[in-house]
Design a protein around this ligand. Structure first.
Ligand code: C2E
Ligand code: CA
Ligand code: CA
Ligand code: CA
Length: 273
């Protein structure tokens, strides 16, 4: 079938054509979404060993006028391809920082950290450092409470530049977490020299932890590695008490996952009324 596909004029395949149309429509919608105010942030709790909330991860949602809530898995890859992720990511950062500043006003929420996902395209913009600092200033959010989640792909090439960007922001108090850790291609040696604060164990390993010895070994190694490099570590995608017990037994002390809370609009979080 693969061979036949290559020799056929695929544009006349109606299923394929429908797919292309859907994509073009999605992209047109995405271009309008910022000006039409269709984005919103959900927040998912991050907890410590006593299940106290220590922070949240901001997760982007798109309230599409016809399709309803569109998940980021559907539109972020597209936004990365056409670079719309740069202005969208700017909106995410500003919105999350406004929330941080609002939480700072209330003693019950003043200690919460907010983790924000940053795409490589956004991170590599020449004025990324200036934009983050300007956003912190504009919103009044404390840099120490902002954690930027970056992925290993940043360090495959131009790692010196990436390191410099992180170093500059860290000088201002911003912290960094390495998201989806263990799924990338890069070697471990780069870790030594990166100004990181936290490793985030990818949810795929957590998911398979109790069924698959290899996943368990990888998670145990990541936790041990984080301890020896004096980095924080957080496990994501924790769904069951059994997974939590295993992670605790292996020295992990920070968690995120459906066991503790789903991503929700800010008004649904436990401490808001
Ligand atoms: P991620 O950064 O790895 O985020 C974690 C994803 O796992 C989220 O999916 C979250 O809802 C989901 N999740 C949380 N707990 C559990 C659990 O216990 N089990 C399972 N199976 N899943 C869980 P979501 O919100 O659909 O986001 C998907 C991805 O989209 C994110 O993966 C991230 O890569 C990207 N993304 C989301 N928001 C942003 C953003 O503001 N900027 C950028 N650049 N990317 C974003
Ligand atoms: Ca993340
Ligand atoms: Ca992740
Ligand atoms: Ca992921």
């Amino acid at each position: 079938a693969k061979q036949a596909g290559r020799d056929t004029l695929r544009f006349f395949d109606p299923a394929m054509q429908a797919q292309i149309h859907a994509r073009v429509r999605l992209e047109a919608g995405l271009r309008q979404a910022l000006t039409n105010n269709e984005f919103l942030l959900y927040y998912q709790p991050q907890v410590d060993a006593n299940r106290n909330m220590i922070g949240v991860e901001a997760l982007l949602r798109w309230q599409h006028p016809e399709r309803g809530l569109v998940s980021p898995g559907e539109f972020i890859p597209l936004a990365e391809e056409n670079r719309l992720i740069v202005p969208i990511g700017g909106w995410v950062l500003e919105t999350a920082c406004r929330q941080l500043a609002a939480w700072a006003e209330n003693p019950a929420t003043a200690d919460l950290m907010v983790s924000v996902n940053v795409s490589p395209q956004q991170f590599r913009e020449t004025d990324f450092v200036a934009r983050v600092l300007a956003t912190l200033e504009l919103t009044g959010a404390r840099p120490e409470k902002l954690k930027l989640e970056v992925t290993e792909s940043l360090f495959v090439d131009d790692r010196d530049e990436a390191r410099e960007t992180m170093r500059l922001l860290r000088e201002h108090g911003v912290t960094f977490s390495l998201d989806d850790f263990g799924t990338g291609y890069s070697s471990l040696s780069y870790l030594r020299r990166l100004p990181l604060d936290q490793l985030k164990i990818d949810q795929s390993f957590v998911h398979d932890l109790l069924q698959d010895e290899a996943s368990a070994a990888i998670v145990a190694s990541i936790i041990a590695l984080s301890h020896s490099l004096q980095l924080d570590v957080i496990a994501e995608g924790v769904e069951t008490e059994a997974q939590l017990a295993w992670l605790m037994a292996h020295g992990c002390r920070a968690f995120q996952g459906y066991l503790f809370g789903w991503p929700e609009p800010v008004t649904s979080l436990p401490f808001s009324d």
